[in-house]
Design a protein around this ligand. Structure first.
Ligand code: ATP
Ligand code: MG
Length: 257
């Protein structure tokens, strides 16, 4: 079986990480790279809705359950209890599965449970052609569970100075992590023609990434976000969008773009 490709998005709040992840999931399905695993790593869980699904079951709740000694019958290894429940958390969509991480850790020690989760996730990934991981805003997640060893890190930014500053910090942090990150790209989202945006984008040419791709501001995507709709409602084929196509091609074959 072919190796699965893992892609994670990161960036400042509201720049369009979840929207881009959902678009990528649909794009990969349309091009036949199925099944796709969509991982919603944001405690506020918005990727599911963008894929037309209601997240019902979450890893976070399970983690709390397992960690509470009252919930694990004595004599049954935690690993076994966890394994059994984890498979029920995955929700099936059309051409993809959704895995919702949910809330983060409460007080207490979760090393053991997180260790088991990490092992489970890396095994799980192998049954998918592509894994797309949406993250919460900021950088914390980079040192956590969902983003260890990704092939592609997409740092999403709006063409504004504050957003680029966050992107720069994420790129720096990514270099200092023990987790392996195969390649990094900048995606400038919601780009409109303006003098300020041009200056910001010009300066961003020097960022240490192997691709620097723009995604225009789109009234359809804006409306979709306002309405809370799913990307599967967008008309046409996503491969007709040359900007998205560039992003996907970079993901599939980073060295040639
Ligand atoms: N290219 C685009 N053109 C217009 N609007 C867009 C575009 N991309 C995303 N948006 C809109 O921007 C808003 C934020 O998008 P999204 O929720 O994907 O960002 P996010 O980075 O995941 O945010 P958060 O940090 O809260 O998770 C949404 O309303 C979405 O519809
Ligand atoms: Mg989001």
């Amino acid at each position: 079986m072919a190796m699965s490709l893992s892609i994670a998005a990161s960036g400042k709040g509201g720049v369009g990480k979840s929207t881009l992840c959902a678009l990528l999931v649909r794009y990969f399905i349309e091009m036949g790279k199925k099944p796709v695993l969509a991982v919603d790593g944001d405690p506020n869980s918005s990727l599911g809705a963008l894929l037309g699904m209601e997240p019902e079951r979450k890893i976070g709740d399970l983690r709390e359950d397992i960690n509470d000694p009252a919930n694990t019958p004595s004599g049954v290894p935690k690993a076994r209890v966890l394994e059994g429940k984890l498979n029920e958390i995955i929700q099936e969509g059309r051409g993809f599965d959704l895995l919702t991480m949910g809330r983060g850790e409460g007080p207490g020690c979760y090393c053991y449970v997180n260790d088991l989760l990490r092992q489970f996730l890396s095994r799980l990934k192998k049954s998918y052609s592509v894994v797309v991981i949406d993250n919460e805003a900021g950088m914390e997640h980079l040192s956590r569970l969902t983003t260890d060893n990704v092939d592609c890190l997409i740092v999403v930014s709006e063409p504004t100075t504050p957003s680029v500053r966050t992107a720069e910090r994420i790129l720096e942090l990514a270099d200092s992590l023990p987790a392996k990150i195969g390649r990094k790209a900048m995606v400038f989202n919601k780009v409109r023609n303006s003098r300020v945006a041009d200056i910001v984008l010009e300066r961003a040419q020097n960022l240490p990434v192997s691709a620097n791709i723009q995604l225009s501001h789109s009234p359809e995507l804006e409306e979709l976000g306002e309405r809370g709709g799913s990307v599967f409602e967008l008309p046409g084929k996503l491969e007709d969008n040359p900007q998205l196509t560039r992003i996907v091609e970079w993901c599939l074959d980073g060295d040639n773009h």
